[in-house]
Write a protein that binds this ligand. Structure first.
Ligand SMILES: [Zn+2]
Length: 210
């Protein structure tokens, strides 16, 4: 899979800030296409040389302005013309194999810590079990984030509570890129996390599309 950090994602943050209404097409327009990628193949490291190789539908849930929205988006798959490996193109707001977007999970955890799980559960109309699973998910990554923070000397007095209370602002785009380069893994992706030879290769695409 190739995670795309590009201009489309920045426009997503803009939509969020401007309280723009989210429609199926808005969200689909933010999904990366073949034209958006300019990175080496994550498997063979050949210079960007990919062709379209179909697509699949996946669900995505987004929490915006205290509401939960469900969408279905088409994910593009590409094939490397050098080694024949295939890669799904995912925007950086999607956590691979998870339905809720990255910032929706962060938003939910941060707000549940600042108010209460029950209140938030009623407001967002999602189960409190799901909120607790998000808290456990983020907590499960605390040690990685703590080490990264020590290395980069970014937040003083950083601890578990501080992390959960401020996770939405801490885990921004730059953080996610740093996390990937440090751990060669996607933040909050748990599938295959502890496997020595995961059956997927992960790459990132950092170049902004036009
Ligand atoms: Zn390749």
């Amino acid at each position: 899979m190739i995670i795309c950090f590009n201009k489309k994602i920045n426009s997503f943050s803009k939509i969020y800030k401007n309280n723009f209404s989210l429609t199926q097409q808005n969200v689909q327009d933010l999904m990366p296409s073949c034209d958006d990628i300019h990175c080496n193949c994550p498997k063979c490291n050949a210079k960007s040389n990919f062709s379209y190789h179909g697509s699949y539908i996946r669900n995505i849930s987004l929490i915006r302005e205290e509401k939960n929205y469900d969408f279905q988006v088409s994910v593009t798959r590409v094939i490397c013309n050098s080694c024949g490996s295939t890669h799904a193109l995912l925007p950086s707001f999607i956590v691979p194999y998870k339905i809720f977007s990255l910032d929706s999970i962060l938003y939910t955890v941060q707000n549940s810590m600042r108010s209460s799980v029950i209140v938030l559960s009623e407001k967002l109309k999602i189960s409190f079990e799901l909120i607790y699973s998000f808290i456990a998910l983020i907590s499960g990554f605390f040690n990685y984030v703590d080490s990264l923070n020590r290395e980069q000397n970014q937040f003083k007095n950083f601890n578990h509570d501080y992390f959960l209370l401020n996770c939405l602002s801490i885990c921004d785009q730059k953080f996610n890129i740093n996390f990937f380069y440090r751990y060669k893994w996607i933040f909050l992706m748990t599938k295959f996390q502890n496997q020595k030879s995961p059956p997927i290769t992960i790459g990132v695409n950092l170049i902004a599309s036009t």
